[in-house]
Design a protein around this ligand. Structure first.
Ligand code: PLP
Length: 439
């Protein structure tokens, strides 16, 4: 492999304005690291992040008026592109009359009914405000319903920043190079069992050992938080069998994959019927949202019907419900969107693989429908967390710098998915590839 890194333009800003840097530096005085979520600080790649002013379709604009082709899509939600007219209209018209009541609205019914009637295995749903809240609440519900304490999660899967899930949690935690997080008491973690992703022997062993104590197993059926790593179908099937055999609940964390890999989520592609499903990201149309749902008998264990407590002042907020409804309804009514974005992703994958070959770059592309990750990995495969950890993050950082300084906005971490939207075009993919070819 020979790359002349001296040819690479280093760092934004692309023009001579300084507003990005000024705003970001001042932000550091008032918000830890200048950000409200760690990966945004670009610490790993040593670049000052663009301060984003505006989004339009597949493009973003920063405070220095640089224009970027966006492959982050707010980490998944913006499947319709930025500021889709129907979503904006829904937000505007709702805001005229309803901002927050902390009371019941018909908008909640509209979205809940739409989700329950169009997505499988969602007999009932509870709205919350983030993916973290959804997974944390689903874990509590699984524990309350089964009367057991242990939850199994898989190494490399991320389920938000709930204490009990912050072990081997991929993504942000992996990028920061820490095993989990300070501030998480061991007593909490002791009820979390970390299993190996895509390892049938390992999950069998765990069930043989702890089966009667396991309340639930939570999994990203297609992980997007160690980079994209899909489950192998036999592995998921065996996991489902084991859960049934031992009376543990199977929880699919479809926060990222729901309405993304298919309208009905990854469960519909694998043909598995989880007991509970968590959602967020796309289902709120870009506003703060989350939901968990599933079997009626389990959901009716929730307060006020049942004994498991979970609540939220902002849960089911009218503006969020209307943005979410406008988004999922549009996706439901336009099934061709999914083929369209998948075809773009296929084109992108093929192009990247070709360039990697031409240039002798150690690249593995994992793609599942329209989610993909370009891994800089010498071993030629990424099937689990251990494989992901072997990636060359320095080389990724160089790639990232080259791309962003040429107007391609992508994840500053190796361990994230790239997302396309219905506003991306073949021309955008060509643009990405042309810039990558100059690396
Ligand atoms: C993003 C994500 C979460 C956390 O959602 P937040 O809204 O950031 O709390 C949980 N699970 C998965 C699979 C995710 O991708």
């Amino acid at each position: 492999m020979s790359i002349d890194w001296t040819k690479i333009l280093i760092l934004c800003p692309m023009n001579n304005k300084m507003k990005n840097i000024e705003i970001f530096n001042e932000s550091k005085n008032y918000m830890p690291g200048g950000v409200n979520s760690p990966v945004r600080a670009y610490k790993d790649v040593d670049v000052t992040p663009p301060v984003i002013k505006k989004g339009e379709g597949a493009y973003l604009y920063d405070e220095d008026d640089n224009k970027y082709l966006d492959l982050v899509g707010a980490w998944g939600p913006m499947i319709l592109g930025h500021c889709d007219k129907d979503v904006v209209d829904a937000i505007k018209s709702t805001a005229e009359n309803a901002i927050a009541f902390g009371g019941t609205t018909e908008l909640e019914l509209k979205l809940a009914k739409h989700i329950c009637t169009t997505v499988d295995n969602m007999e009932m749903v509870r709205m919350v405000n983030s993916g973290t809240e959804a997974t944390m609440s689903a874990a509590r519900l699984a524990r309350g319903f089964t009367g057991r304490n242990k939850i199994v999660k898989f190494a490399g899967c991320y389920h938000g920043h709930f204490d009990g899930f912050l072990v081997s949690a991929g993504s942000g935690v992996l990028t920061e190079g820490i095993p989990g997080s300070k501030g998480v008491p061991e007593e909490i973690i002791k009820n979390t069992i970390v299993a190996q992703f895509n390892d049938i022997e390992n999950i069998r062993y765990i069930f043989e050992k702890y089966g009667e104590e396991i309340a639930g197993v939570i999994i990203e059926p297609v992980s997007g938080n160690m980079g994209v790593v899909p489950s192998e179908p036999e592995f998921l099937r065996e996991l489902d069998n084991l859960c049934k055999k031992y009376g543990a609940l199977l929880i699919f964390d479809e926060v990222m994959t729901g309405f993304r890999v298919a309208y009905k989520g990854a469960q519909s592609i694998y043909g598995i019927n989880p007991d509970l499903i968590t959602m967020a990201k796309i289902m709120g149309g870009g506003l703060p949202c989350g939901a968990y749902g599933g079997r009626r008998d389990i959901m009716e264990y929730l307060s006020p019907v049942g004994p498991v407590y979970q609540a939220g002042t902002m849960s089911g907020n009218p503006i969020v419900m209307s943005a979410g409804y406008a988004t999922v309804k549009k996706l439901y009514e336009n099934p061709s969107y999914y083929d369209y974005i998948e075809n773009l992703a296929i084109k992108l994958q093929k192009g990247v693989e070709e360039i990697a070959k031409e240039k002798g770059l150690p690249i593995v592309v994992n793609r599942f429908k329209s989610m993909m990750t370009i891994f800089f990995n010498e071993e030629g495969k990424v099937k689990n967390y251990d494989d992901a950890k072997k990636c060359d993050t320095d080389l990724y950082a160089k790639f990232f710098k080259h791309m962003i300084s040429n107007g391609i906005y992508m994840s500053p971490s190796q361990f994230e998915a790239m997302f396309l939207s219905v506003k991306h075009t073949e021309g955008d993919i060509d643009k990405f590839l042309d810039i990558m070819r100059k690396m």
